[in-house]
Design a binder for this molecule. Sequence first.
Ligand SMILES: N[C@@H](CCC(=O)N[C@@H](CS)C(=O)NCC(=O)O)C(=O)O
Length: 217
Amino acid sequence: MGNLKLYMAPGSCTTAIHILLEDLGEFFEAHIVNLPRGDHLKPDYVAINPKSTIPSLVRRDGTVLTETLGIAYWLARSNPRAGLWFDTPELETRALEIMGHVTATTHGQGFARVFSAGAFGGPEQDSAAISQMGREIVLRSFNWLEEVIAPGQYALGAYSVVDPILFYVCFWAAKTEIPVPKKLAAHFQRMLARPVVQRVLREEGYDPSKLMIAPAA
Ligand SMILES: N[C@@H](CCC(=O)N[C@@H](CS)C(=O)NCC(=O)O)C(=O)O
């Protein structure tokens, strides 16, 4: 049996999986994939994940999991004592609803346009307009998340697998100065106060005390 191997990049969506692995006290090897250098497109990485995306998690038996949502689900379900998954179908469903929305819409439709406008239009298209469209998608998405998360607590009450997923998009909002509504901003601060989150951010090269959220009007 080998070690767990996380293919990741500091400050990317893989931060969510990094937090979960630390929450669970899992021993793992961190393999940095340098996206600007195109490491994700090189044959060695494509052999691991033909989609060329991060995160990828190589499990102890050598099999590979991709997709933030799938990896987070597997980590939570295979460590039941950590209590990061749910014991009612209602909470399970709400968790999948939020995690699916964050990964597919807030990230996949919104932040992807903000960070990589070029991937969404031909040369004649205005990358500033694409990026602005991404910001609007993120804002709409944050408004929906604001409605569905629990007040004064973690996303669904007790700390769970959903929280690091919600955290990574608020972390990106802090980096891109996209305003964040009240409950979500409070969730971000609650996450920042967790020692594991502080340690992960420092390991990834960020100073948690310098991450500021712009409040929504
Ligand atoms: N749906 C995937 C998307 C992951 C994703 O887009 N990751 C970004 C980094 S945050 C990436 O790999 N970008 C490189 C690329 O798409 O070329 C997931 O949730 O894991």
